[in-house]
Design a protein around this ligand. Structure first.
Ligand SMILES: [Zn+2]
Length: 185
């Protein structure tokens, strides 16, 4: 940040009174510009076939970073929406898919990137989906077909790993847990 968004004056870096962190401060209008982590919300959209085989919907990115790599639908939360609404919206925008959110499944802290990522379990309402503007291709993957070597981000890899591990436990009477992770490890 170079200029104050309130008055346009150049900002300085200073530790305000009663604070202990350096902030961008405007010496003209005295506004303190706090910067806090951003929240990224993703869904893990699944579809169960008539033969009870579960697949997961992934999107191939049409934008940088990681153009051409596969990801779960997700993005930055907007003001005036809940995290669940963000997950539904991003899934609609990126994959053209309608989902019903079932539960919060994972929270990942990425302090280096100033982000917190949330992952929701979601069920596809049908198998009608189509890539949005930020997506090259959208398709369902069975567990054995997941493109592990072509996933866009390590968060996606961990979310899918947690999901598949829990799903195995479900076959033996377990349930989906809640998984937290700090990255990079
Ligand atoms: Zn100012």
């Amino acid at each position: 940040m170079k200029f104050c968004s309130q008055c346009g004056h150049p900002v300085i870096i200073d530790i305000p009174p009663l604070d202990n962190m350096p902030r961008h401060v405007c010496p003209n209008c005295k506004t303190i510009h706090y910067e806090n982590p951003k929240i990224v919300v993703c869904s893990i959209p699944s579809w169960e076939s008539k033969s009870h085989e579960t697949s997961i919907l992934l999107c191939r990115r049409a934008i940088a970073p990681r153009h051409g790599f596969w990801t779960l639908p997700g993005g930055f939360m907007e003001n005036d929406e809940t995290t669940e609404q963000a997950a539904v919206r991003e899934t609609q925008e990126e994959a053209g898919a309608n989902v019903k959110i079932s539960k919060l499944f994972s929270l990942m802290n990425l302090p280096v990137y100033h982000q917190v990522h949330l992952f929701y379990l979601a069920q596809l309402e049908n198998t009608e989906f189509s890539p949005g503007e930020e997506t090259l291709e959208t398709r369902l993957f069975r567990e054995s077909d997941i493109p592990w070597d072509n996933l866009a981000f390590s968060t996606i890899k961990y979310a899918l790993k947690f999901y598949l591990e829990d799903r195995k436990k479900i076959l033996n009477g377990g349930h989906f847990g809640f998984h937290t992770l700090d990255l990079p490890k």
